[in-house]
Design a protein around this ligand. Sequence first.
Ligand SMILES: Cc1ncc(COP(=O)(O)O)c(C=O)c1O
Length: 417
Amino acid sequence: MSQTPSQIEVSPRIRRLPPYLFARINRLRDEKRRAGVDIIDLGMGNPQDAPSRTIVEKLCESARHLNTHGYSQSIGIPNLRREVAKLYDRRYGVSLDPEAEVIAVLGSKEGFSHMCLALLGPGDTAVVGDPYFPIHVYAVALAGGNVINVPLGAGPEFLERVAYVAEHLYPTPKVLILNFPHNPTAMTVDDVSFFEDAVALARRCGMMIIHDFAYGRTCFDGYEAPSFLQAEGAKDVGVEFLTMSKPYNMAGWRIGFCVGNAEMIRALATIKGYYDYGIFTPIQVASIIALRECAQDIDAQAGVYTRRRDVVVEGLRRAGWRVDAPRASMFVWARVCDEHLAGQGTIDFAMRMLEEAEVALAPGRAFGENGEGYVRIALVENEHRLRQAMRQLNRALNKGITAPSATKLKRKGGQGG
Ligand SMILES: Cc1ncc(COP(=O)(O)O)c(C=O)c1O
């Protein structure tokens, strides 16, 4: 017997979610593609380059063993957790107990979301810088917690704003969410002293810290992003998430890690134990090889993003925008000049660029109130396509020419995600 619509009542949790601000843009992008328009999609940070052959071959080899197809361990196989601990020792000089201080997650987005569920509930508050990566806000809302946004920064002024909130809010916020190199702004911290100050603040105010380190290995021009765990005492107050998605181009594989405070990791492990049976074992085995043998591929990929960044920054400057070259992440965060914004909000501006330049951009407003006036450009297309995108934007913005390509091309394969 089918239910009538009136019987369907979703949980208040769903209603707490803010509106999905990419929806209109994605709908228009999809319509245009169906009509055969070659939209250059710089909207989403879905890596389009291939992972190293070594990693793929290991995946296939492991998948050929018939004993690798059952449920895996929810917290990750021991050899993989040991490899993550070795990486932290080698790269950051941080010692981790692979049994208690490392857990594998189904991508850092899943891990982060379940960590929020493990730490936060109704009445609890998390502090998040604005602009923010949307899941940093949605996951808190899904856990039933409240978000306090403070204007984002990567220096003492940001921590002072957090301190002000922590000192004036009752009950004190429970969690501070950090993310450097940052998505969407590509903001970076200069060195580990920022995290040392954050740890001191967390201790003083009784907060936990979750640091999202998704772009920790996607750094340019000699910059090396510090790990939160390099700060003295970081493990006493918080954890760090890392991912295989960005540095190794393994976004679809769904694997990442959470490292740091043993109690927070135990709480995450408890939640995950109820929800999942772990990552497909061959993916974990291939990830061991990636962590152990493929450091040079990460550097090569960062080189690819550096060249793409240069194409975009130069193209935007040629169009008349003032934009800083980021030193990490896979995004350029650019303020739209007033003349080009022409009084529109960035969501309408991005819709206009889809129509007139056939380029998809992420509107800054989708990342919080402080993102208004900016767009985020993902470096997910090759240099040639990026150059073309910049030309099309320039033409649409500066000469009022619409529809850059009269020819309707078939779209490239693959879904910009
Ligand atoms: C800051 C940040 N954190 C987490 C993620 C999600 O990564 P994963 O693929 O590990 O879930 C992304 C993906 O874009 C990201 O930008």
